[in-house]
Design a protein around this ligand. Structure first.
Ligand code: ACO
Length: 356
């Protein structure tokens, strides 16, 4: 079987920079609190009504295509990862296809919902398609427009200050070089704590999971024999119960355990050690998480790329943005061992080892 490789990579972040100080004007928070807990100084927000998750993805995809030496028309298949889609349905895959002007071609588009680990899941899917010879040019995208769906009141401050907008994309192609390409990908999930980091409403759950978990939550549903008003109720709106929520410390503790686990798993399979890693690109969840993981793995500063300080957490976009930045900065060279790793809502987590 052939190997697949990242043939081109690109990223796009909106122009507008929002500093921590700017957020203090709308909610009770401070630059000091945000930097101390998360490392974040600023993030980028898209222009409302002018930019979307799929339009940012298209901008990143055009750069990736150019660097891979292909025209968008040559894309065979799209894998799109996001938790902040333009529409509830259809997914962003077909929208980026339209943005790229390739609707005349028979291109398949797959949307995946794996939050922070979305890009690694997408890369793994593309890897399987390319290795088996089914496709030659797979576009893999992670893109998020968080700023449209966050609670900018003090109630939402623990979540809102963390997230930013942006997109990253890669073109996955087969390679004939025996030493080059994606060596392995590892994917995991555990739904036990699905609600610990979640965007619950609107949704079709009808309170089901909460009843099973023994939690009494009044979503304002009509009686069980009445249809409608389940997906979103007036009470959800009046309570402001339609934003993401997160039990931060719970997420933190699990993240610092799963990141090293899944990195070791990939290294073991490839017969490699942490000292062989030239560049670790961790999902930019929180600078403190990345620093913790770096310490556990015993990596030097020059072996880990962090950019959350400037972009915040861009969820599915964070790994490709960081990977692209590190490559543009000349920190990833041919033959280098690159490790991607992510952990996030679900919980889902994964890693990828790439010989560049
Ligand atoms: N500004 C000021 N004060 C705040 C803010 C804010 N933005 N947010 C919360 N606080 C307050 C809380 O209200 C609380 O006040 P209290 O003690 O009076 O009740 C206090 O700060 C401490 O709150 P905690 O939630 O316990 O703060 P913590 O130290 O855990 O930091 C944080 C919160 C940064 C979210 C941290 O838990 C964390 O990073 N967790 C990991 C989760 C993560 O990285 N998520 C990213 C998305 S998921 C992913 O990508 C993996």
């Amino acid at each position: 079987m052939k190997r697949s490789k990242i043939a081109g990579i690109g990223y796009y972040v909106p122009e507008r920079i929002v500093t921590n100080d700017e957020l203090t004007k709308v909610m009770d928070t401070t630059d000091e609190w945000i930097q101390e807990r998360t490392g974040i100084r600023e993030r980028h927000y898209g222009v409302k009504h002018e930019e979307t998750t799929s339009s940012m993805a298209a901008a990143a995809a055009r750069i990736a295509c150019e660097r891979a030496g292909i025209a968008p028309e040559e894309i065979d298949f799209i894998v799109f990862a996001t938790l902040s889609p333009d529409y509830y349905f259809p997914g962003c895959g077909v929208l980026v296809q339209r943005e790229l002007g390739i609707t005349h071609k028979e291109v398949g588009a797959l949307d995946i919902r794996n939050q922070c680990s979305g890009f690694i899941y997408a890369l793994s899917i593309a890897d399987q398609f390319v290795k088996t010879g089914m496709y030659k040019n797979v576009l893999v995208v992670g893109s998020e427009m968080h700023s449209m769906g966050l609670d900018f009141s003090t109630r939402g401050r623990n979540v809102t200050v963390i997230f930013g907008d942006g997109a990253g994309a890669a073109i996955i192609q087969p390679t004939d070089e025996p030493e080059q390409g994606i060596l392995t990908t590892k994917l995991h999930s555990d739904g036990t704590y699905a609600e610990k980091l979640a965007f619950i409403n609107p949704g079709a759950h009808g309170g089901y999971h909460f009843k099973k978990l023994g939690e009494q939550v009044d979503f304002g549903y009509p009686p069980p024999d009445t249809y409608g008003e389940i997906f979103i109720t007036p009470k959800m709106i009046s309570d402001g119960n339609y934003y993401p929520n997160m039990e931060g410390q719970f997420v933190f503790k699990l993240a610092v355990q799963k990141f090293p686990e899944v990195i070791h798993e990939a290294l073991n399979e490839a017969g490699l050690k942490t000292s062989d890693i030239n560049m670790l690109i961790p999902h930019q969840a929180n600078l403190r998480i990345s620093q913790f993981v770096q310490r556990i793995l015993g990596l030097r500063d020059d072996q880990v790329w962090n950019n959350i300080q400037r972009y915040g957490n861009t969820t599915a976009a964070s790994v490709p943005i960081a990977l692209c930045e590190a490559w543009e900065a000349g920190k990833i060279k041919e033959g280098d061992l690159v490790c991607l790793a992510a952990f996030g809502s679900g919980f889902t987590w994964g890693s990828a080892l790439i010989r560049w």
